[in-house]
Ligand binder design. Structure first.
Ligand SMILES: Cc1cc2nc3c(=O)[nH]c(=O)nc-3n(C[C@H](O)[C@H](O)[C@H](O)COP(=O)(O)OP(=O)(O)OC[C@H]3O[C@@H](n4cnc5c(N)ncnc54)[C@H](O)[C@@H]3O)c2cc1C
Length: 391
């Protein structure tokens, strides 16, 4: 294997080999559009309004952002996307993109959808993982009450049991089909009960290999310590720790809630503190790679570069089955495809589902691409460089 060079993520030929000229032109148009803050602000509030009024806006999304950021509306459509990724050495992790439901029947439906996806993944070895959210299995308010130390009523106790039963059903199906389940980390004020449930499932289902993974948000200043505790618990309990490492998606919300309610912010004071913890977490996992199965889920070129250099330096196999890199479908292609070409296990987070249900996810992607400093500029620059190279 060729040694890692600092410019590994600059290779646009590898990054966009899966895109036709027409698809590249469309991506260029899309990132130019979502690079315009005003346009995104107006567009997203109009889309939000149209959703509330049940206006038929799905075709607009389908023609613009959907295909760029999502796998497809059905498994048959996803199969085509997955095959295209695999042709370039990249795996897929599926996420049923429907969010923010609050009724018991919605929770049961989400479980059905998740099990369908696990069975699909079981038959399609290029899909390694299903990503889930426990707030898809139960009420946000219930988790909030548990974490706040409120006493549950008899009905709420029964509600909680149903959440655990749903989660357990998904994990059982995952073991049966040999598919990993990554549990998303959510807001800090509901995260404790989510962690407790995930820890229980890991102890139960990770005895032979990591099937269930928790997510560690390193923008929280207590998470590196928690990761260390979890590693020790797994070693003591004789199971593999599954750890997806992220920085965290709810920074503004976390800070403003803490300020409003007058408690210390759980978030690091600055980005440097987050970066330091993130890279330390990657190294901790690499140093205990027999005991942890890790997913480096980041769009930071710097963190990914540090991680792959560490892997080589520590003499860990690049395609070690306990290491997976992941970026969102439609973003960070220069990272994912160059990692795969260099022999690392790389995959794309691929949301799927009916266009209208995935719209909130798409709105977040558009907003994120305007708010993340330089992200859109970087994506656009890489696309333009590849268009020029192909001429
Ligand atoms: C496959 C995948 C799965 C994910 N799953 C989850 C999940 O389960 N839960 C979740 O919360 N997020 C999840 N995310 C999102 C992730 O947490 C980040 O929001 C996103 O990836 C940006 O961080 P980065 O490491 O890619 O890159 P960077 O661009 O290096 O970092 C940006 C991030 O740094 C942090 N940050 C920025 N400025 C500051 C500051 N001033 N002070 C403190 N922190 C700061 C924020 O977390 C911000 O999102 C996932 C991302 C991916 C790719």
């Amino acid at each position: 294997m060729a040694p890692i060079t600092d410019d590994i993520f600059e290779n646009t030929e590898v990054a966009f080999a899966h895109k036709t000229d027409a698809e590249l032109q469309k991506a260029k148009w899309l990132f130019s559009l979502i690079g315009n803050n005003k346009l995104v602000a107006v567009g997203t509030s109009l889309a939000g309004l149209a959703l509330k009024l049940h206006l038929p806006i799905s075709p607009i999304f389908r023609l613009t952002v959907y295909d760029h950021f999502c796998g497809g509306e059905t498994f048959a459509e996803c199969k085509r996307t997955i095959a295209k990724l695999k042709k370039n050495g990249v795996y897929a992790m599926l996420n049923y993109g429907v969010e923010l439901k609050e009724e018991e029947e919605d929770f049961d439906k989400t479980i059905e959808k998740n099990i369908e996806a696990i069975e699909f993944a079981g038959k399609n070895k290029d899909v390694k993982v299903l990503c889930i959210k426990i707030t898809g299995f139960g009420r946000f308010g219930l988790f909030e009450k548990i974490q706040a130390g409120g006493k549950l009523t008899g009905e709420e106790e029964a509600e909680l049991e149903r959440v655990v039963a749903r989660f357990d059903k998904v994990c059982k199906a995952a073991v049966k089909n040999d598919v990993a389940v990554y549990v998303d980390a959510e807001e800090s004020w509901i995260q404790d009960p989510l962690d407790a449930m995930t820890e229980e499932m890991m102890a139960k289902y990770n005895t032979k290999k990591a099937i269930v993974y928790n997510t560690f948000q390193h923008y929280r200043h207590d998470r590196l310590k928690y990761l260390k505790q979890q590693l020790a618990a797994a070693q003591k309990g004789g199971y593999t720790l599954g750890a997806k490492l992220v920085r965290g998606a709810y920074m503004e919300k976390e800070r403003s809630r803490a300020a409003e309610m007058g408690y210390p912010s759980p978030i690091h004071a600055d980005k440097a503190g987050v970066d330091k913890d993130y890279d330390a977490a990657v190294n901790l996992c690499l140093d205990h790679i027999d005991a942890v199965s890790v997913c480096v889920a980041s769009h930071s070129e710097e963190s990914n570069l540090k991680a792959i250099k560490s892997i080589d330096r520590k003499g860990v196999k690049r395609d070690h089955p306990h290491i997976l890199f992941s970026q969102l479908y439609g973003m960070g292609d220069n990272i994912t495809f160059n990692l795969a070409a260099a022999g690392f296990n790389a995959c794309k987070y691929l949301p799927y589902g009916p266009v209208k249900d995935v719209i909130p996810y798409l709105i977040r992607r558009a907003q994120e691409n305007t708010s993340v400093a330089g992200q859109t500029g970087r994506e656009l620059d890489l696309i333009q460089r590849e268009i020029k190279r192909r001429r």
